[in-house]
Structures are given as structure tokens and as C-alpha cells.
Design a protein around this ligand. Structure first.
Ligand code: NAD
Ligand code: G6P
Ligand code: MN
Length: 440
């Protein structure tokens, strides 16, 4: 069996150790000869890398491990780029969340004005990774989960249309784990789903078991009562995420013929979200005090002790979809997975150039889309508005257009008026001057 070489871009990410542990646990299915980390923040990456070096030496000493801030070293001789960068890091996420809240608008990592601001930072960073990959390993594939995935995907469609980049999100996977639990299934892979939407903006329309039995009626009964708030073994869900999983009940009530993605709460209940937000302490603060502190603390402890033996870092099991995706490409497995791809008729009554999230069959030459047909008026209306937000943001980045970015923010369902949009935009421009192109 061929052994693969991987570069993790955003080596300093809080998710990197969990993904490394997950890769090490799946070596029988996906053999690896080399893991490299790439980041543009040497100091941050080093904390994670020193610990991962020890983990790899203890679990799979044959794997060659390298960490670097040099693109040529990082991107030469690789088969897969696993990309999860956060341009501007948590300091900028905090601003994305807090600036809109000052204007009475919700502040969220990937939705509303915060997501637009993050998109304006991410586009350049992700395009740069694509270019490094094409320069140093032209046969490689990029598996991208850098956010905001919807905007990043539209930007790569516009700017690098022929690049081998697959955009994927873990939210549907996380929700399907919960659905499987509610249905008493052993694995989410016992479900065959139909789904359509944009990233962080979609709906399940059909869920069946492998024998073809409809699982939606049983699921509806449960979701109507508790949303997706169920206990998952081995998962310690934080309070704010539990609120989101519970709120899915109200999102579901708006269209009980489908099952919603949890992110729809930001678009359908923005007033509720603002009311339940603390403008001085947002999700970025929770993550910095929680996941970031924990992961970096554990990594420092591993390096000090020289062993990962009693480390509390755990395998990010649900990230095994990354292995499924890499294997689909490497071994032509034809696995059915939700990906963010150009619509091109798969949703027949929707913009063919939109980047949509739909089931695809993935093989060695990439994804084949599964037609989802016509979508209902309610979802179509919402999606047309949201896809325009995403397209206008990318156009604003490409053209350096203040006007288009103002239009993008104005069009977001989370924003009440063009004047509020303008006030938020002007604050975001000031906060992002080190990251955004100059807008005229
Ligand atoms: P993090 O800040 O801990 O890690 C991101 C890393 O990227 C940092 O070490 C940073 O220095 C690095 N970085 C920033 N800009 C870079 C650039 N231009 N080139 C190279 N490296 C760069 O963030 P995190 O919370 O661990 O999240 C990482 C990313 O994964 C985010 O984009 C997040 O939104 C995304 N994410 C996506 C999904 C999904 O479903 N698609 C799930 C979880 C996280
Ligand atoms: C889900 C989404 C990601 C998002 C993450 C935020 O996994 O699919 O796209 O980045 O949640 O989680 P956090 O814990 O950082 O708020
Ligand atoms: Mn996501």
C-alpha cells in the first residue's frame, strides 16, 4: 500500500493535535509516511508541534515529522494539504463577534457581518495555500475546512477554478451523529441522506437506512421535542453549543418537512441570538478560555514531561471524515459525502454558479454531484439572499469595492438596515486594516 505525505496548514490550530491523533488511529486504513505542519506563526505552531513530535514518536516512529514556516519545505512532496487556517486568529474572531453586537446585530464566527469580515481575511490566506500547493506539489489535493467555508469556496471558484480543492464542513457530520444517537443507530453511516443548501445554511430532506426505510418520521418526533440536544458518549458538549442544539427545535418548527442545520438559528432567530449574547464575552472568549487554554496547556505539559502518556488530549473521532475524504481520493472509494461544490444544475431551480452543500460521490477524480432537484420556495428565497451576500463579499475583495461590501452586509438577514450595515462596515474596516484589501 502506498504511504502518503500530508501537510497540515494551520499547524498551530487548536484542532491539530486531535487530527494528528485521529490520523495515527487510522493508519491501517490510510497509511502515512510523512506529516508536516505549516503555519505563519512560528511561535504558536511550535507549542503544538513539539508535543505532536513526541506523540508521533511514541505511536508511529516510522513517520517523518517536520514543522516549518517555509512554504517550499512545507508544500514539497505532499499528497494532501489539510487546511485549517484562521487568518487573524482569535483576536480578530473576538472583534468579528463584538463589533456587530455594538450595533445590536449578532456577532458570529461565520454568519452575518462577523462571517463577512472573517471571509475578507481568509480569501487571501487560502488562495496563497492553493498557490503553494500548485507550485510545489501540483498533483496534491487540498482538503479545506478553513472558514468561512462558503465565502472561501466561492473565492476559489472565482479565482482558482481548476484547483484541486475540496471544501468540507463538520457541522452536518456532528448533527448526523446526534440523529443516529436519537434513532438508536450504531453509526451515522447507517443513514443515507439527501441534503441541500449553502455551507452553514442547509436542510436534510430525506434520511433512510440502508434498506430504504424512512427514518424522518421517528426523527421528527424527537427533534420537535429536544432539537438535537442529546447526550453523545465521550463528548462533553459546552453549554453554548447545547443551547444551539436545543434551539434547532424552533428552527425545525419553521419547516417541519425538513431537518435544519443548526446555523440557521442565526438567520431565522437573530433577535433571540442578540438577546442571549453578552457583548463583553462572546464565543471567542469561551474558546480562548476553554479549548485554546486546554490544548496549549496539554501540549506544553507533554513537552515538559517528554511523554504523552498521561495526556488528556483526545482523538478527534468525528474528524475521521477527513480520512474518509482522503481515502475517497486515494483509493477511489466512491463514498457518499456532503461537500461544498459548484451547483451546476444539481439544485435545478437555483443559480448554477452558486457554491452549494450537497451529497457527492467522491472518487479519485474528485466529487460527482448527486442531483437534489427543485427546492421549495422558502429555502430558495433564503438561499438566494444568502448566496448573494457571499458572492458580493468575494466581488468586494476582488475589486476592492466598498460599495459591494456595504451591499453584502446590507443583504444579510441578520442586519436590519443599510445604515446599520454602513456603521458596522466602517468599524470593521478600521479593525481589519492589517488584513483586508483597501476598499475604494
Ligand atoms: P486557531 O487560531 O487555533 O488556528 C489557526 C492557525 O492558523 C493559527 O495557528 C494561525 O497562526 C494559522 N494561520 C493564520 N493565518 C495563516 C496563514 N495565512 N497561513 C498559515 N497559517 C495561518 O483556530 P481554530 O479554532 O483551531 O480553527 C482553525 C480553522 O478551522 C478555522 O478557520 C476554523 O473556522 C476552522 N474550522 C472549520 C471547521 C469546519 O467545519 N469547516 C470545523 C472546525 C474548525
Ligand atoms: C462547527 C462548524 C465549524 C466552526 C465550529 C466553531 O464545527 O462546522 O465551521 O468553525 O463549529 O466551533 P467553536 O467551538 O470554535 O465555536
Ligand atoms: Mn463548518
Amino acid at each position: 500500500m502506498k504511504k502518503f505525505s500530508i501537510v497540515v496548514a494551520g499547524g498551530g490550530s487548536t484542532f491539530t493535535p486531535g487530527i494528528v491523533l485521529m490520523l495515527l488511529e487510522n493508519l491501517d486504513k490510510f497509511p502515512i509516511r510523512q506529516i508536516k505542519f505549516y503555519d505563519n506563526d512560528a511561535e504558536r505552531q511550535e507549542v503544538i508541534a513539539k508535543a505532536c513530535d513526541i506523540i508521533i514518536k511514541e505511536k508511529a516512529p516510522d513517520i517523518n515529522f517536520v514543522y516549518t514556516t517555509d512554504p517550499e519545505t512545507a508544500f514539497t512532496d505532499v499528497d494532501f494539504v489539510m487546511a485549517h487556517i484562521r487568518v487573524g486568529k482569535y483576536a480578530m474572531r473576538e472583534k468579528d463577534e463584538k463589533i456587530p453586537l455594538r450595533h445590536g446585530v449578532l456577532g458570529q464566527e461565520t454568519c452575518g457581518p462577523g462571517g463577512i469580515a472573517y471571509g475578507m481575511r481568509s480569501i487571501g490566506g487560502v488562495i496563497e495555500l492553493v498557490d503553494f500547493m500548485e507550485k510545489y506539489s501540483p498533483n496534491a489535493w487540498m482538503l479545506n475546512y478553513s472558514n468561512p467555508a462558503a465565502i472561501v469556496a466561492e473565492a476559489t471558484r472565482r479565482l482558482r477554478p481548476n484547483s484541486k480543492i475540496l471544501n468540507i464542513c463538520d457541522m452536518p457530520i456532528g448533527i448526523e451523529l446526534r440523529m443516529a444517537e436519537m434513532l438508536g443507530l450504531k453509526s451515522r453511516k447507517e443513514m443515507v441522506v439527501r441534503y441541500f443548501g449553502l455551507n452553514h445554511f442547509g436542510w436534510w430532506t430525506d434520511i433512510r437506512d440502508k434498506q430504504g426505510n424512512d427514518l424522518m418520521p421517528a426523527l421528527r418526533e424527537k427533534v420537535a421535542k429536544v432539537g438535537y440536544n442529546v447526550e453523545i458518549e465521550g463528548e462533553n458538549t459546552e453549554a453554548s453549543w447545547n443551547d444551539t442544539f436545543t434551539k434547532a427545535k424552533d428552527v425545525f418548527a419553521v419547516d417541519p418537512t425538513t431537518m435544519p442545520n443548526t446555523y440557521l438559528k442565526y438567520y431565522l432567530f437573530p433577535d433571540y441570538v442578540v438577546k442571549h449574547s453578552n457583548p463583553n464575552h462572546t464565543r471567542a472568549n469561551e474558546v480562548m478560555e476553554g479549548r485554546e487554554k486546554f490544548v496549549f496547556g496539554e501540549c506544553r505539559a507533554i513537552t515538559e514531561k517528554g511523554t504523552a502518556k498521561d495526556s488528556k488530549l483526545h482523538v478527534d473521532d468525528h474528524a475521521s471524515y477527513i480520512v474518509d475524504l482522503a481515502r475517497a481520493i486515494a483509493y477511489n472509494t466512491k463514498e457518499r459525502m456532503l461537500l461544498i461544490v459548484e451547483n451546476d444544475g444539481a439544485i435545478s431551480n437555483f443559480d448554477p454558479t452558486a457554491m452549494v452543500e450537497i451529497p457527492c460521490i467522491v472518487g479519485s477524480n474528485g466529487p460527482e454531484k448527486i442531483v437534489q432537484g427543485k427546492i421549495p420556495q422558502f429555502q430558495k428565497g433564503l438561499m438566494e439572499q444568502q448566496v448573494s451576500v457571499e458572492k458580493l463579499t468575494v466581488e468586494a475583495w476582488i475589486e476592492g469595492s466598498y460599495q459591494k461590501l456595504w451591499q453584502a452586509i446590507t443583504l444579510s438577514r441578520t442586519v436590519p438596515s443599510a445604515s446599520v450595515a454602513k456603521a458596522i462596515l466602517d468599524d470593521l474596516i478600521e479593525a481589519n486594516k492589517d488584513f483586508w484589501p483597501v476598499l475604494k
